[in-house]
Design a binder for this molecule. Structure first.
Ligand code: CP
Ligand code: NVA
Length: 307
């Protein structure tokens, strides 16, 4: 085992590290908005491995590395030996000798764990079936930007107990806020799969309206995540009442914001009125992937820096 810092799930960082990263994200974003160059990763290379589709994750990591003075290389399973059965352990040995960090989007969490165990450089989870930590880091930063500290606040999670939901639950334990979860019967959260410590930071509600009551942030995600397409028809029926609509936003806190990691399906998990409405911050949320991941890349590759 080596002492390299990886970002495989949300709880890989401490509360103090998140405080640093959120502050650094703000600094990096401001610099970007002023068109001031910031090149701490000059001559460094990020390899991005995608076993599932992506728009935001690829774009934000690729543009982010470029803006930090480095470069990014895109690999997918189709065009590389990864799709032809080369062992993950061997791929990790080789790829990590030619790069400074590796971002992976794949299916099982165990794949990135095996990759990390054989890597000489930091590994970043760009989404697995279990977790999506980069997204939640950007989401929490977005909340802070709009509403201040998330500690003690309530997040309503409506819909599937998927990678996003699991990561919100981990984040709640670490950063001390609450999650009100409402999933259809048969799709309930699995605390062990979510990697929870067992502290009391979530509550489950049969009725999504009850989960939204008084919430400071209402959020949802697709009914069928990547890799679960065979269940789509069944899920469309099961999730029909778990569409975030204007009535749900009405019972949330008066200044509640709405988030969605995107891509969204208007008319399924959220109405057009909500996602395109005044409480929605989804475009800031998407943009903040860029800024938060630049802070993450800088931290993993060169460590803490004083501005
Ligand atoms: N939210 C998110 O990760 O989007 P992509 O699938 O487009 O990367
Ligand atoms: N839960 C979704 C998130 C997409 C960014 C999925 O895994 O497909």
């Amino acid at each position: 085992m080596n002492a390299i810092k990886h970002y495989l799930q949300f709880k890989d960082f401490t509360r103090d590290e998140y405080a640093y990263l959120f502050e650094r994200t703000r600094w990096i974003k401001e610099k970007f908005k002023r068109y001031e160059p910031h090149h701490p990763l000059f001559d460094r290379t990020l390899v991005m491995i995608f076993e599932k589709a992506s728009t935001r994750t690829r774009l934000s990591f690729e543009a982010g590395m470029h803006q930090l003075g480095g470069s990014a290389i895109y690999l997918n399973t189709r065009d590389s030996q990864l799709g032809r059965g080369e062992p993950v352990e061997d791929a990790a040995q080789v790829i990590s000798r030619m790069s400074d960090a590796v971002m992976i989007r794949t299916f099982e969490q165990s794949v990135i764990e095996r990759f990390a165990e054989n890597s000489r450089v930091p590994i970043i989870n760009g989404l697995t079936n279990e977790y999506h930590p980069c997204q939640i880091m950007a989401d929490i930063y977005t909340f802070i930007e709009h509403r201040g500290d998330i500690q003690g606040k309530t997040v309503a999670w409506i819909g599937d107990s998927n990678n996003m939901c699991n990561t919100w639950l981990q984040a709640a334990e670490l950063l001390d806020f609450n999650v009100h979860v409402s999933t259809p019967p048969g799709y309930e959260i699995e605390p062990e799969r979510a990697g929870l410590y067992g502290t009391n930071h979530f509550e489950q509600f049969a009725d999504p309206m009850d989960a939204c009551k008084g919430a400071d942030l209402v959020t949802t995600d697709v009914w069928t995540s990547m890799g679960f397409e065979a269940e789509n028809e069944e899920r469309m029926k099961a999730f029909a009442d778990w569409c975030v609509d204007e009535d749900m936003m009405q019972v949330a806190a008066a200044d509640a914001v709405f988030m969605h990691c995107l891509p969204a399906h208007r008319g399924e998990e959220v109405t057009a009125g909500v996602i395109d409405g005044p409480q929605s911050v989804v475009w800031d949320e998407a943009e903040n992937r860029l800024h938060a991941q630049k802070a993450l890349l800088e931290y993993l590759v060169v460590g803490r820096v004083d501005s």
